[in-house]
Each structure stands twice: as C-alpha cells, then as structure tokens.
Write a protein that binds this ligand. Structure first.
Ligand code: MG
Length: 266
C-alpha cells in the first residue's frame, strides 16, 4: 500500500492512497487512518477523501535522523572525480531539512551552485541496532522518493557536508511511502530526475555499489535506527544545477513522483 501524510483540514493525518491503476476508472482517493502507522497500530476511520482534495505533506518527519550515503553509484562517483568508497560513505541531514511534495526548495544566499540528487529513500519501521544483512528487510517500513539537495560549492569548501546538505528544505520526501515493495524489487527500480520536464538523471537502483541491506547493516552498526528514520541510498549520475523558478521532479518506478519548485529566500 501507499501511505501518505496529508492535510485536509486541521492537523496532518495519515491515509492509504488508492490510485486509478489500482481500482480502474474511479476517482483517486485517500482512505483515512487513525494515528501514525510508524508509531503503532492504526485503523481505517471509514472516511475516504478525493486525492485531489487533500494537500500531501512529507510522508514522514524522521524523529531522529536522515542518514545520507555518498557516492553509491559508480558513474556518479566518476563524474565527481572521486573514488567509489570501499565502505559506505555516511553523512547526516537534520530532520528540519525535510519538506513534502510541492513545497518549495529554498535557494539560500550562501550558495551559487544548488544541485538536485534524485534518490531512493528507505523508511525504517522499527528500533534496531547491528542489523545483520540477512535481517535488513525486517526493519524496513517502506520506500519513498527523495531529493538530496546539495549546495555543491559549500560541499567542497566546507569539507564536512552538514551545511551543504543540511539547509532547511534540502530534503524533499514523498509523495508517499510504498510499503508493498520488497527488498529485491527495491533493488531494481528506475530513478529519473527532470528539471522543468527535461531529463537530467536516468538510473536504476540495481547500479548501487552497496545494496540497501548492506547500507542498513553498516549504518545500524554504529547508530540505533528508530522508526521513521530515513536512509537516502545515493544518487545516480547526472547531477546538476537547479535555479530559482525551476521545477524539479524525481520519479521512481513503482513509487511515484516527487516534485518541488525552487524559490529564492526572501
Ligand atoms: Mg546524495
């Protein structure tokens, strides 16, 4: 199923999205859930809203962290004139960088080279530490689409990546969490990034250097993962700039499309 977080009126609410591809020529809907599926059991309330009538927000606000993985695709490492790391290269993005579909990525005045990075995001479903590779599937709640927005000039100037990747709005997530994709399928998904409709990145998750299971094992070996934590699995080749006024979209097959406009900071 596809679990979205949305605002219709009042506070954000979770719901199960039913698309036309699931149910034929009917209006696309959201079946409303009581509670937060990442926090405990939930029920259908019986209410059903038209998808067009709700505003989707980030499907998860990580309680503790967004974990990023650098240079996890060979061709992307090459375009950065960098080696593929023999072990996963890990960084953090603050949870305050998370925004939802349609919300603006704010172009800060500190950078002159703001880049998109379309990525598959793994949403963790249970508290875990030192997860063996063969148990990784059991700690995954689902998958969503991410844009690991990066101030490329600050990334090289600072050395540490906290600022380059950590500004508010630098972690768009959405449009929803797909929970029906298994670990094997997640390793064979097309990722396409477009800017104003023009294709800039076209990759497949099968080209990851370190697999999703390896990333979960590696990250959980040093830090406890909590339900709602997110791991960004790296970006394929084709990174490039976004400018104020652009619209950037990342599409992952079987999940959906995450679109955000770029706005100047006022
Ligand atoms: Mg990245």
């Amino acid at each position: 199923m596809r679990i979205a977080r949305f605002v219709a009126q009042g506070d954000p609410t979770f719901g199960v999205v039913e698309l036309a591809e699931d149910q034929g020529p009917f209006p696309e809907t959201v079946a409303v859930l009581s509670g937060d599926p990442l926090a405990g059991p939930v029920k259908y309330t019986g209410e059903r809203l038209a998808l067009a009538d709700v505003r989707l927000v980030a499907p998860v606000i990580p309680r503790s962290k967004v974990v990023g993985i650098g240079r996890n695709y060979v061709e992307h490492a090459a375009e950065q004139q960098a080696e593929v790391p023999s072990e996963p290269l890990v960084f953090f993005k603050p949870n305050t960088s998370v925004i939802g579909p349609g919300e603006p990525i704010v172009y800060p005045p500190e950078t002159a080279n703001l880049h998109y990075e379309g990525e598959l995001a793994v949403v963790i479903g249970r508290i875990c530490r030192r997860v063996p590779v063969e148990m990784a599937a059991e700690v995954i709640f689902g998958y969503t689409v991410a844009n690991d927005v990066t101030a490329r000039d600050l990334q090289s100037a600072d050395g540490q990546w906290a600022r380059a990747k950590g500004f508010d709005s630098f972690c768009p997530l959405g449009p929803w969490i797909a929970t029906h994709i298994d670990l094997a399928e997640a390793g064979k998904l097309d990722i396409v990034t477009t800017v104003n409709g023009e294709v800039r990145q076209s990759g497949n998750t099968e080209d990851m250097v370190h697999s999703i299971a390896t990333l979960i094992a590696h990250v959980s070996a040093f830090t406890t993962l909590l339900p709602g934590d997110v791991i960004l699995t790296g970006t394929p080749a084709g990174i490039g700039p976004m400018n104020v006024g652009d619209k950037v979209s990342v599409t992952i097959s079987g999940i959906g499309t995450l679109t955000n406009p770029i706005l100047a900071e006022d």
